[in-house]
Design a protein around this ligand. Structure first.
Ligand code: ADP
Ligand code: SF4
Length: 692
């Protein structure tokens, strides 16, 4: 189908200094957990985005020198010539489809860590580092500043020689030295680099001008700048210094890439920010500069994108997460296939990959970071090897993804689910406060399955082993996939309890699953969170809205501790505080009896009794694998029914994130013909070459 003409504007070319973007879709720098360690993997990922229609594709932050060594985090690296070949793989992959390659050169100053290079940390002032490390950074001297300028220029020249089209100077996220120079709270200098705004901007101006002079004839020079740090007068405020800085540097860079700082504000999850949430901060930039402006906002709707351009907010639609969730977003808009867009749900599982130092993962796109090592592609999958009929029991994220991908391969697929609607845990969880976008995981898959004549879904069909055997015979099923999910444990067994928690009948002890079925909240509810992810906090929000007084008890040192990795922890803590939720950290539940819960402080004899009328245990989940074991126990009968394989996938095998369930469903479909051989390494590795 041809694209709707109202989206034509998105496909206009944009001149950026000496280079031209073929359209307005611009993948801004984003971390990917692969960096310099997996250069083929990241190159293949970027190549797929170029194929998907993005006009420009940027690296993540790229260390320019061993004094800016952020290891063990996996970022790009360009310390010297020996790093060039690795980045060249990405540049070539991007150029293959006519996209521009951008590199975000960065010196992270006191935030670097230098854990591998072991060099002293350079800072704008004498200061503590951003981590808990017992080390400090030293204030750079004037001689250091000129060395830093040269580091930027040398790295820019190397980047140009690799073939990059756009070269960044980075002053954002509170992660770059240029940003630290600008910052009133970090910069305590008394020389010409400190004090007045003009002085604090001097370092950024110098590296920007030096970069333009060194490579500006061939490459566009972009400035990534956080116009607001959202911490008031302590930091940059868009309406004040943010605007003044853009005015001071207005036409020096060829491209302004603007956002808010820090990363947790820039990459807000859907729970804390709508599509386009940064507009109120960045909208002024285009009025101040004549150069093109790119900005982000988790844009997945082409109408919103058009509106950003037409209203003069942005020239280029910046995207990190939407490009991960759907590398073919531009192509799909171009081809008028809006219903095929796999919209980002704003969960930040992708960001967590960088935080825990692993290759990128995405809830919506299971193929991300698997393009090279497993040969997966977000839009293409190998056709079936032979005619077979697969039955999938369970239509949660694992079952639906397996059904969709097997269906696309051409297999006959029959799905049975006990529920009135398909979707499994996503159906329930997306009804919790702030999680409505998570429905997209189900909606996208159901929408795509609807187009496949070879996939049938049967709802309100709870199956036991006998029924599975009966249907298998009747329908001629060859293989059975069990994707029956998991349920929260009622006994409290989890990280801190290896035996059931003592409970008595005077206390209503509940699990999150109970909350989705005819539940009425108590007046005083204790949530025991041994899970550490989002669920306890969203349940608390729901209960507060219903008028309950909520206490969250957790053994972790802070509430929703794992959400630090999804950049949500501090937003969650603030919200819970505003709602009046009592938070008790570093305590373990002892019992839930007689209208109270007893909790013990970790590493002490201190005990606390909390009066309540309900206790919700969020500890661990029990895989619902009974059907699997029932069938596994009758090999003769399953063989007689024609079943050659019975496999469990997703939460019914090992309960995990929704992203993991989608991934496992996809992996099943991709590896359908392969024997499940645990002795075989199932992907291509990138081994480090030993120098001769
Ligand atoms: P996952 O995350 O692994 O996809 P979910 O818990 O989200 O798992 O989904 C599991 C789905 O399986 C639910 O929709 C549930 O209704 C369905 N289910 C569980 N047991 C059966 C069964 N015996 N027969 C049919 N459907 C089942
Ligand atoms: Fe979007 Fe979540 Fe995928 Fe990140 S992991 S790109 S937030 S869907």
């Amino acid at each position: 189908m041809p694209r709707n003409s109202r989206y034509d504007i998105l496909f206009e070319p944009v001149k950026i200094g000496p280079v031209t973007a073929k359209n307005r879709f611009y993948q801004v720098p984003h971390c990917n957990g692969m960096g310099n360690r997996y250069p083929h993997a990241i190159a293949a990922s970027r190549g797929v985005k170029a194929e998907g229609g993005w006009a420009a594709i940027a690296t993540e932050e790229c260390e320019i020198h061993p004094t800016s060594d952020v290891s063990p985090f996996m970022e790009a690296r360009l310390w010297d010539k020996s790093d060039m070949d690795r980045l060249a793989l990405s540049v070539d992959a991007i150029h293959e489809y006519g996209a521009l390659a951008a590199v975000e050169l960065a010196h992270c100053g006191h935030q670097a860590g230098n854990r591998y290079s072991r060099l002293p940390l350079m800072g704008v002032s004498d200061m503590m580092t951003g981590s808990y490390d017992p080390v400090q950074a030293y204030a750079v001297s004037k001689r250091d500043i000129s060395a830093l300028r040269k580091m930027h220029v040398d790295a820019a020249i190397r980047a140009r020689d690799i073939g990059f089209d756009i070269i960044y100077c980075y002053a954002g996220h509170d992660l770059s030295l240029a940003h630290h120079f600008i910052s009133r709270r970090h910069n305590r200098r008394t020389d010409e680099y400190g004090g007045s705004l003009e002085n604090r901007v001097r370092f950024l101006r110098e590296i920007l001008e030096a970069t333009v002079e060194a490579v500006g004839d061939q490459c566009a020079v972009a400035l990534r700048f956080a116009v607001d740090e959202l911490i008031g007068e302590e930091g940059t405020v868009a309406a004040e210094e943010g605007k003044d800085i853009v005015e001071m540097l207005a036409d020096i860079p060829d491209l302004w890439d603007v956002n808010v700082s820090d990363w947790s504000n820039d990459s807000l999850t859907a729970r804390f920010g709508e599509e386009g949430a940064q507009e109120k901060y960045t909208a002024f930039v285009k009025r101040v500069t004549s150069k093109p402006v790119v900005g982000v906002g988790r844009f997945t709707s082409p109408d919103t994108m058009v509106s950003q351009i037409k209203r003069g907010i942005l020239d280029l639609i910046g995207a990190a997460r939407p490009s991960i969730a759907d590398p073919f977003l531009p192509k799909k808009i171009e081809e008028g296939r809006l219903e095929d867009i796999r919209e980002c749900i704003g969960c930040n599982i992708c960001a967590s990959s960088d935080m825990v130092i692993q290759p990128l993962r995405c809830t919506q796109n299971p193929t991300t970071a698997e393009e090279y090592r497993r040969g997966w592609h977000p839009e293409r999958i190998a056709v079936k090897h032979k005619d077979e009929h697969v039955m999938i029991v369970g239509a949660g994220p694992a079952g639906l993804e397996a059904a969709l991908s097997l269906g696309r391969r051409g297999y006959q697929v029959t799905v049975a689910d006990a529920g009135k609607q398909a979707g499994g845990r996503v159906l329930n969880e997306s009804k919790l406060p702030g999680l409505s976008t998570w429905r997209r995981v189900v909606d996208y898959r159901l929408g795509q399955i609807e187009k496949l004549a070879n996939v049938d879904i049967h709802l309100e069909s709870a199956l036991d082993a006998e029924q599975v055997l009966e249907f298998s015979k009747m329908l001629g099923i060859d293989r059975l996939v069990i994707a029956t999910g998991a349920r929260w444990r009622r006994d409290g067994i989890g990280r801190t309890h290896f035996k059931p928690v003592l409970q008595d009948s005077d206390m209503r002890t509940l699990t999150p699953d109970d909350l989705f079925e005819n539940y009425s909240p108590g007046e005083r509810v204790v949530i025991y969170d041994d899970d550490y992810y989002y669920l306890a906090s969203v349940v608390a929000e729901k209960l507060c809205a219903a008028g309950a007084h909520v206490t969250i008890v957790t053994p972790a040192p802070e509430v929703a501790a794992w959400t630090k990795n999804t950049l949500e922890q501090r937003h969650i803590e603030t919200r819970l505080f505003d709602l009046g939720v009592t938070i008790i950290t570093k305590h373990v539940i002892e019992n839930a009896c007689a209208e109270s819960v007893q909790v013990n402080r970790l590493n002490s004899d201190h005990k606390l009794q909390i009066a309540c009328d309900q206790c919700i245990l969020i500890t661990s989940r029990q895989a619902q694998h009974q059907l699997f074991f029932d069938l596994d126990a009758m090999p003769d009968r399953t063989a007689a029914a024609g079943l050659t394989h019975i496999t469990r996938i997703g939460d019914c095998l090992a309960p995990s994130t929704i992203a993991a369930a989608v991934y496992e469903g996809h992996r099943y479909a991709q590896e359908y013909e392969q024997e499940n051989d645990l002795h075989r390494i199932p992907f291509k590795r990138e081994n480090i070459e030993l120098a001769p």
